[in-house]
Ligand binder design. Structure first.
Ligand code: IVH
Length: 697
């Protein structure tokens, strides 16, 4: 797709080659401006009117900025119908129209602290003051602007912004939004008051909705803004009622017969008192320094907020100053949006590679024209599986949207419309790209797998790496590169071969050398002492992660018991369902897996015996008691049985391992030995007390 930048560079090149530069320059600027306007108007219609954006917000902002720059250099070319002068949307057929008595405006954007300072300087010049003003700083919610009209405290009408002057009547739909009060509460409610704010789909609801859509192979919403807009602009309000939307107030439009504070911040607090939702993050901030502090703190919070925000809005707090500053065509002079770095960017899908994972899963990986998004450059992104490719309808050559919210792996969220003309279908391979074994896809499973098992070099490498990973056998120095070389050189075929490696064999590997080789051999030796849970995890049984491995170990206590378990028994283990149970049973029925396990045990891998869980939970678990002398109030056998019920081991002789000696009448050498070894001694009464404490008669 040709971008606006390309258009402009192309025209400028043309200009440089002309003789009558000035004349043509004007013509070409006009041309650029009209092309940009045409593009933006098309995007306005897709975005605002049809809730179906065909470029990212970042790309849209770039077009607007470009047009603004050109228009500010050539003010004679500004016309009232330019998108820089008007608010974006129009009214959809099917909705009644509503006239906004007070126009619903948009906001100008800044993208840096410099631009913010320029904005403040412009304000100060206009107000002819030198001290920077106080702002009410608010999150810029990414949803849909809505006007709510309350008459005598009752919600009577709700409308979208539309083109700023005429919006759509969405009263019925808005009334289904749970946090919008139908009746205001409290004192001094104006006779007529129009509340303005944003309708959003909270992120948790958005993610849940999209996950469900994904599970059903459906498209879902492209982003939370679109989800809110699409849900609210429904002709059938029962559909809106099913969508979890929320509203937050950020301002006041029309007001009749009512008194309000002279501070925007105080007004928002007043709205809160009347029962209207206001975000928790609003704050008063002084000058550019205060605003920047707020910007950074909210940017930090961005991913933990319940709603998606795309920046900050700073508003002059003093209403009188707001009135003094007034408006330009589409935006107030007293407010500005400070946009956050975009979490979505568009780029080209250059190719798709198919990767083979540890369990043979074939993952299509998108190779992208590198793009800077969410703070990093992305050139690859997982396409997960065939269903996902179909769901996205993506093809090689398409312009795609890459989304990267902080700490989340980058994702392709959609392919942009009308880009398929030169695109090529993504063909899922039928054979493993590494070992050529057949690729299988079990019915009902989303993942296709290479059937090669450990014959497949790719799976072998991954299996070795997994075996050595920190949470498994934790073999220091056995990372991706070493695992790869060991397999490629034919030095190992399975994890058990690792323990037969010699320093000499390792030294020859790339970037190894004698010291690292020795360290690796030492790490291998050290790794032989492990736990059953870690060993089970290291085996790489499908669907058996850290928690399941631990549960299996605690339930079966020994490897032999686990090996023999059938699907029914396996399902008695915490969190083990039929699928996991089947994978475990299958794994231990494969002779080659049993061979590898035997080889590992023979190589010296061992773990301490596990105490049964009940025993561990008992108060005297792990303690050794010795009974000596004559007990008067109970028989020795009874005392022994009670101690065992509490989890203690009862031994016949005193040693350093004894934890406590119970002394009856005429105790002899055992008491002396206990005293010599400094072992705690209790008498029969103390023993009875101990039993009573634990409810034993
Ligand atoms: S004030 C006259 N405050 O951003 C001032 N707008 O790009 C009008 N928005 O149409 C808007 N959060 O839909 C304001 N805290 C906030 C906002 C906010 C989100 C939206 C609103 C507006 C758009 C402008």
């Amino acid at each position: 797709m040709l971008r606006s930048e390309d258009l402009i560079t192309a025209t400028n090149k043309h200009v440089n080659h002309t003789t009558n530069k000035l004349l043509l320059m004007t013509a070409s600027v006009e041309d650029q401006i009209s092309k940009l306007r045409e593009q933006i108007m098309l995007h306005n219609s897709s975005y605002y009117t049809h809730d179906n954006p065909i470029i990212t917000d970042a790309e849209y902002d770039r077009l607007i900025q470009k047009l603004q720059k050109l228009e500010s250099k050539h003010p004679e070319l500004i016309s009232p119908d330019s998108p820089t002068q008007k608010v974006g949307g129009t009214v959809l057929d099917g909705f009644s129209k509503i006239n906004h008595e007070v126009p619903m405006l948009s906001l100008d954007n800044v993208f840096s602290s410099e631009e913010l300072s320029d904005f403040i300087t412009r304000i100060n010049n206009r107000l002819n003051v030198s001290e920077e003003p106080v702002f009410c700083a608010e999150p810029k919610l990414d949803g849909l602007a809505i006007s709510l009209l309350y008459q005598n405290g009752q919600l009577v009408r709700a409308a979208t912004r539309g083109d700023g002057n005429v919006g759509e009547d969405v009263t019925h739909n808005v009334k289904t939004i749970k946090n919008i009060p139908h009746i205001l509460k409290g004192k001094e409610i104006p006779e007529t008051i129009e509340i303005r704010g944003e309708v959003v789909m909270p992120l948790a609801a958005f993610n849940a909705y999209n996950q469900q859509a994904k599970d059903q192979g459906e498209k879902g919403f492209v982003n939370p803004r679109n989800a809110a807009a699409g849900s609210l602009r429904q002709l059938d309000s029962t559909i809106t009622a099913k969508r979890p939307l929320a509203f937050y107030s950020y301002g006041i439009g029309l007001i009749k017969n009512g008194v309000l504070a002279n501070s925007h911040y105080q007004r928002l607090l007043q709205l809160k008192e009347w029962g209207l939702p206001v975000t928790d993050e609003i704050e008063l901030k002084s000058g550019s320094k205060g605003c920047m502090e707020y910007y950074h703190s909210l940017l930090e919070l961005r991913d933990s907020l319940p709603y998606e925000i795309d920046g900050i809005v700073y508003k002059i707090d003093d209403i009188k100053l707001q009135q003094q500053l007034g408006f330009v065509s589409r935006a107030p002079r007293w407010a500005i949006a400070h946009k956050f770095p975009a979490q979505e960017q568009q780029t080209t899908l250059l190719d798709v590679e198919f990767q083979v994972g540890r369990t043979g899963a074939i993952t299509p990986v998108a190779i992208l024209e590198p793009i800077f998004v969410g703070g990093v450059t992305i050139s690859r992104a997982s396409l997960h599986n065939q269903d996902e490719i179909e769901r996205l309808g993506v093809k090689i050559g398409d312009t795609v949207v890459v989304r990267r919210a902080a700490d989340v792996i980058p994702q392709i969220t959609r392919s942009l419309a009308d880009t398929h003309t030169t695109s090529k279908d993504i063909v899922f391979p039928s054979h493993c790209p590494v070992c050529q074994s057949e690729i299988e896809r079990i019915e009902g499973e989303a993942v296709a797998r290479c059937s090669g098992g450990l014959y497949c070099v790719a799976q072998r490498k991954e299996a070795i790496q997994y075996f050595a990973s920190r949470k498994a056998l934790n073999i220091d120095g056995l990372g991706e590169k070493v695992a790869e070389q060991l397999v490629d050189e034919g030095l190992i075929h399975n994890p058990a071969d690792l323990f037969a490696l010699t320093t000499e064999q390792l030294i020859d590997l790339e970037r190894m050398g004698p010291k690292k080789a020795e360290n690796l051999i030492r790490a291998l030796t050290k790794s032989k002492q492990t736990t059953l849970a870690k060993f089970l995890l290291a085996l790489g049984i499908r669907e058996v992660g850290e928690a399941t491995a631990k549960n299996l170990a605690e339930y079966f206590l020994t490897l032999d018991a686990l090996k023999q378990a059938d699907v029914e028994t396996l399902q008695e283990v915490d969190d083990v369902g039929e699928i996991v149970a089947k994978h475990v049973e299958y794994f231990f029925r494969q002779p080659h897996n049993l061979e590898v396990i035997d080889a590992l045990i023979n190589a010296g891998i061992h773990w301490p015996a596990i105490l049964p869980k009940e025993q561990k939970a008992l108060p005297l678990a792990g303690k050794t008691y010795v009974l000596t002398g004559t007990l008067n109030q109970m028989k020795r056998n009874e005392a022994k049985a009670s101690l065992q019920t509490l989890g203690a081991k009862v031994s016949g002789s005193v040693s350093a391992k004894t934890d406590c000696v119970v002394v009856g009448e005429s105790a002899g050498s055992k008491l002396t030995k206990a005293q010599e070894l400094n072992i705690p001694v209790i008498d029969e009464n103390e023993l009875i007390l101990l039993f009573q404490t634990h409810n034993i008669e």
